[in-house]
Design a protein around this ligand. Structure first.
Ligand SMILES: CC(C)(COP(=O)(O)OP(=O)(O)OC[C@H]1O[C@@H](n2cnc3c(N)ncnc32)[C@H](O)[C@@H]1OP(=O)(O)O)[C@@H](O)C(=O)NCCC(=O)NCCS
Length: 150
């Protein structure tokens, strides 16, 4: 499948099964509850603007997705920063530029809404994913992610 035949569109509530299915192939574990919470926020809350996208083939098969959040707050004023939470491309459709296409459309969409910066968290030991984000113009932020074990 050539990149040019892939269409990127806003995610719909109906995409739930496709998104959970791809995520399951990526992580080799099911995160249905996590996505139920994400979709609830995406499609039922008025405090978040829709920013999540899917990549679909000509026949409508969803082969990738990107999920982010743009919080508007109760006064309807959105932030100038948004988050990219999750990106996933079906293993059988990888290395064809679909991941880059999802990122580019995600950025263009957020830019058109007035967002100036997008943050994401990546495991520093995941060299493939770090390589992917660096190739797509992400760089380490000045904020350090701190943690404390309990
Ligand atoms: C990262 C990912 C979205 C890239 O999708 P894609 O459609 O193959 O992306 P592109 O074709 O635009 O870019 C391919 C690049 O991604 C890199 N890459 C990153 N993670 C990869 C993975 N798990 N498998 C294969 N390639 C990967 C490749 O090395 C390649 O780099 P190159 O072009 O220099 O060779 C996809 O590999 C994926 O879904 N990985 C798992 C993501 C994940 O762990 N998500 C959960 C946390 S956010």
């Amino acid at each position: 499948m050539n990149e040019s035949t892939i269409k990127i569109r806003l995610m719909k509530a109906d995409d739930f099964d496709a998104v959970v299915g791809i995520d399951q192939k990526v992580l080799k574990a099911s995160r249905t509850e996590y996505y139920e919470m994400k979709f609830e926020r995406l499609f039922k809350s008025k405090e978040y603007l829709p920013t999540s996208l899917v990549a679909e083939e000509e026949d409508g098969t969803v082969v990738g997705f990107i999920m982010g959040e743009l919080y508007m707050g109760e006064f309807g004023i959105f932030q100038q920063q948004a988050t990219l939470d999750t990106i996933g491309v079906d293993p059988s459709s990888r290395l064809k530029g679909i991941g880059a296409q999802l990122i580019n459309e995600f950025m263009a969409h957020l830019r058109s809404l007035g967002v100036q910066k997008v943050n994401t968290l990546v495991d520093s030991k995941d060299s493939k994913l770090t390589h992917f984000f660096t190739a797509n113009q992400f760089s380490p932020s000045e904020t350090i992610n701190l943690e404390r074990s309990l």
